[in-house]
Each structure stands twice: as C-alpha cells, then as structure tokens.
Design a protein around this ligand. Structure first.
Ligand code: LP5
Ligand code: MN
Length: 238
C-alpha cells in the first residue's frame, strides 16, 4: 500500500555510531518502500555549516542520495544552518518551517515543533537571535574551529539552562498548537522536538483533531507512517 514516512530528532553525530547505523539500515530497508520521506529536523546533533568536512556528513549525504524516493527536510533547532549545498549533495528538498501536505486524502501540517514551545521564553529569545540572517552569515564566515567552539558553548549553555526548566515549559503550548492548526486549516499535525512520542486526540473547535509527536532516536528508531487509513506511530530497533 502507498505510504509516506516521517522521522525527526536523530541527532546524528560521530560519537553515536549505533544511531547512524540504525539510520543507514532504515534508509536501505524501510525508506525505499514508501512514496516519500520527510525529515522534520534535528537530523544532526549540531550543524555549523555545509562546509564542515565531517566525514559523517558525506556518508549520510550519499545514503540519502541513493534513495529512489523524494526526500524532504525541515530544519530543527540543532541543524537550522543546513543549507542548499548539503541539500543538493543529499538530494533533499528543503521545506519552510511549516508545510501542509495533501496525501492519500489527508491534509497534514508538518513542522519541527520548537516554535510551538512558546512558554519557553528563554529558548524563543535565543531562537529569534540565531535566526537573524545577518548573524547567520557572520557566523558562517568564521573559521570552522571558532564555529565549533561557539556551537560547543551553545550546547553547554542549553544543557545548563534545561536543568532549571520544568517539563511543562519545555513542552508545546496547547494554544500555540490550536492557533497554528486553525491558521493552516488542518486537523492533523505531525512534529518532533519534544522527544515525547504520542498521538494526542483532541477537539479543535468541536472537530476531532490529532497531534502526532515523533520520538527521538536514542535506543531505537521512531517514525510516523501516513497512508489512506491515517497515521501510525511506530518504534523499531536499530
Ligand atoms: O537543544 P537542546 O535539546 O539542548 O535544547 C533545545 C533548546 N536549545 C537550543 C540550543 C541548541 O542546543 C544549540 C545548537 C547549536 C547549533 C549550531 C550552532 C549554530 C550557531 C548559529 C549562530 C547564528 O536550541 C533549549 C530548549 C529545549 O530545546 C526544549 O525546547 O529549552 O533552549 C535553550 O536552552 C535556550 C536557553 O534558554 C538559552 C540558550 C543559551 C545559549 C548559550 C549561548 C552561549 C553562546 C556563546 C557564544 C560565544
Ligand atoms: Mn529539536
């Protein structure tokens, strides 16, 4: 049967070879048998520019490019600097931060999910800054070693800040979810970022609606499958 797959939050890096192996296995075994693959951000642990010579990036680009199906990418909060050069090398099409799909009779909104965490004002302030084009251009013009150091500082600062944030602050804000879904005129939303895999059913202005949250790839893989029957959240071993 025709189906489309969605994944997010793999956080690929050289320090976690089992996750990379799991992803390569998924690309060889699972992805070729679907109509399209959508990667909803945080494919990589941190992205400091398409010119980073990290061999992992070449390996992933090659594996993605070998796929016989169209692949799409929405930026996450770790890899928002992933650009056209890597997109071309991997054969992925870059999508805007919110995208509506019409698939198998379903209208579905896809996004990373970080923009829905509006209670996390510390993060939203940080995001607004690092999403400024001029600051990104400045950062990308710095020597790689300096970019690595800054990214390391940001990751450390983020880990530190998260220790003092409550679980609920780091989850999506339900008003933000509802207003986004109403604005995009969808009853189904798929996102990642929060690492809290679930399919939440709720009423959106009295109509049944659902929000599907992808799991992060830590010990196992997580994907959402969309077909004519609707969505399914699936876990699988690496
Ligand atoms: O990522 P995670 O899971 O730890 O937490 C996220 C939010 N944090 C982030 C920050 C990223 O982890 C940093 C990624 C670096 C990418 C490459 C560098 C590109 C640089 C581009 C410059 C133009 O996204 C976290 C959320 C959490 O999700 C849950 O939603 O809470 O948000 C924060 O932690 C933000 C903090 O509140 C403030 C961030 C402190 C950053 C310290 C900056 C130090 C900079 C030093 C520079 C010289
Ligand atoms: Mn994220």
């Amino acid at each position: 049967m025709s189906r489309t797959l969605f994944i997010a939050d793999l956080h690929l890096c050289q320090e976690e070879p089992a996750i990379t192996a799991g992803f390569l296995h998924f690309l060889q075994r699972e992805a070729p048998h679907c109509d399209a693959l959508y990667i909803l951000g945080d494919l990589f642990e941190a992205w400091i520019g398409d010119d980073d010579p990290n061999p992992l990036h070449q390996q992933i680009a090659q594996a993605l490019r070998a796929l016989p199906i169209p692949t799409f990418f929405i930026h996450g909060n770790r890899d928002f600097l992933l650009g056209q050069r890597f997109a071309r090398a991997s054969g992925m099409t870059l999508l805007p931060e919110e995208q509506v799909l019409e698939c198998y009779g379903h209208r579905v909104l896809i996004m990373h999910g970080d923009t829905l965490c509006t209670d996390d004002t510390g993060y939203q302030n940080f995001r607004a800054k690092v999403h400024k084009r001029w600051l990104q251009r400045l950062f990308l013009a710095l020597p790689l070693r300096l970019r690595q150091r800054i990214a390391g500082k940001m990751r450390a600062g983020s880990k530190q800040a998260n220790q003092h944030k409550s679980i609920s602050i780091m989850d999506v804000n339900l008003q933000a979810v509802e207003s986004t879904m109403l604005r995009q005129q969808v009853k189904t939303l798929i996102h990642g970022h929060t690492h809290r895999p679930a399919i939440h059913q709720f009423a959106l202005q009295t109509q049944p609606a659902q929000r599907a949250v992808l799991g992060a790839w830590h010990e196992e893989g997580s994907m959402i499958q969309l077909d004519a029957n609707g969505i399914q959240l699936i876990r699988f071993p690496f």
